[in-house]
Structures are given as C-alpha cells and as structure tokens.
Design a protein around this ligand. Structure first.
Ligand SMILES: [Ca+2]
Ligand SMILES: [Ca+2]
Length: 233
C-alpha cells in the first residue's frame, strides 16, 4: 500500500514535471512564432525626419468633428522597439501659431498635437502629452471629468521636432517601463488630437476617433481608441 502511494506520488510528480516542461516549451514557441517584426529594432532615429518609418502610416488623417468632419491629412504612426514606444506626427499646417514659451500652459495657446493615454475606458486616471510645433511639451495627469494635475511630467519622453515647408513634424519616444508604472500594459486606450490655431483667435479641433460630444471635448471616454496589443506593433 505504502509502495503504491509512493508510486502515485512519483507519477504525479512526473506528470507535473511534464506539464511544466510542456508549458515552458509552448511559451518558447509562442515567443518564437510571434509575428515577425519586419521593423528593425534599431531603425528609428529621433530626428524629426520620418524616412525611417514605413511609408503607409497607421493614420493618414485626423478629423474635425465640429467642423463638417474636415480632414487635415495628419499622418501618425507608432512602433514599439527597444523597450520604447516611438511615434510621429506629420502635420500640414500653413497657419503656424506658436506663442512665446512663458510656461507650459503657453503651449495650449497655439498649434499642437496631443497624445492621451489611459489604462481603462473610464478615464479615472489618464495622462496627456501636448506638443507644440517647436517640440515644447505640456504634460499632465488627469481624472474624469477635467480634473488636471499639471505637476505630472512624463519622465521618459524625448521629442524631436522640425518646422517643414507646409507644417511640422514631431517624432518622439517614451519608455514602456514608464507606461507600466502608470498602470498600462499591452492594452491601453489612446487618444490622438490636434489643435489648429489660425487667424489669431480661431481654432479647429481634430481627433483620431470621433468623440461623442456636441462641442469640442477630448477629455471624455469616447475620444479614446482601444489598443489591444501594443507590443506586437
Ligand atoms: Ca526619424
Ligand atoms: Ca495653425
């Protein structure tokens, strides 16, 4: 009887060992069979030139929902490489307005592009990065609805910017580790926006997805798009 018990224990141990080995191998296979990254890991140079990006970006225009759904031709793409999230905006803007930089808030008085990140759709806690054509950054943490904590800074953010003949280019990176510390993993919610200032006091507001709002507002859940598997991008 005792010998039988020993055998059962021994067999259970072998089964567990087999399961462990098998799951390890399967894990390895999953990693091995991950969609091949055709984008060389060291390909992106943070220099505001976008020849190092694929020719067909994720986004080829933002939309102005409150201005007859005008399309602006803004190109945006992102990639994950070397533990960083890289992104760029190529913006057509022939009415560049960039007020002198007194403090971060000055950036909100002029042309800019914006990335908002949230771990979940309710916007209990989300993070906003607004970037001027000159590469100046206004960053802050926020909670729904419009509770802003302006002392927050995106520590790992690096930006390269360039004014072009017909607009500007912003190329940037931030670390996945920082996104992790902010509660975001492979899945997150991303909002992409643009403010186009012109004729000294007019502004058109552009967005990737169309927010469910009658007036310009990006600080609502419907302005965000779910990103399901950031790391395979
Ligand atoms: Ca580049
Ligand atoms: Ca403008």
């Amino acid at each position: 009887m005792a010998l039988h018990l020993v055998n059962i224990k021994k067999n259970s141990f072998i089964v567990l060992l087999l399961i462990a080995v098998l799951s390890f191998l399967l894990k390895g296979r999953q990693l091995f069979f991950k969609a091949p990254d055709t984008f060389p890991q060291n390909h992106i140079k943070l220099n505001a030139y976008i020849e190092d990006w694929p020719s067909s970006p994720l986004i080829s225009s933002l939309t102005a929902p409150w201005k007859n759904h005008l399309q602006d031709g803004t190109k945006f793409d992102y990639k994950v490489a070397n533990d960083f999230l890289y992104f760029y905006f190529e913006v057509i803007d022939t009415t560049l307005i960039t007020p002198p930089l007194k403090d971060e808030i000055s950036i909100a008085q002029g042309d800019r592009v914006e990335l908002f990140f949230s771990a979940n759709k309710d916007l209990e806690n989300y993070y906003c990065i607004e970037i001027s054509p000159k590469g100046y950054v206004l960053d802050y943490q926020a909670s729904y609805y419009r509770k802003f904590e302006r002392t927050w800074n995106c520590k790992s953010l690096n930006i390269a910017s360039r004014i072009t003949q017909n607009g500007f280019i912003i190329e940037g990176q931030l670390s996945l580790r920082e996104l992790n510390t902010l509660g975001m993993g492979s899945s997150l919610y991303l909002g992409l926006f643009r403010a186009d200032f012109y004729e000294s006091n007019k502004t058109d507001w552009y967005s990737w997805v169309i927010p469910n709002s009658k007036k310009p507002d990006f600080h609502i859940p419907s302005a965000f798009q779910a990103i399901e598997d950031l790391k395979t991008k």
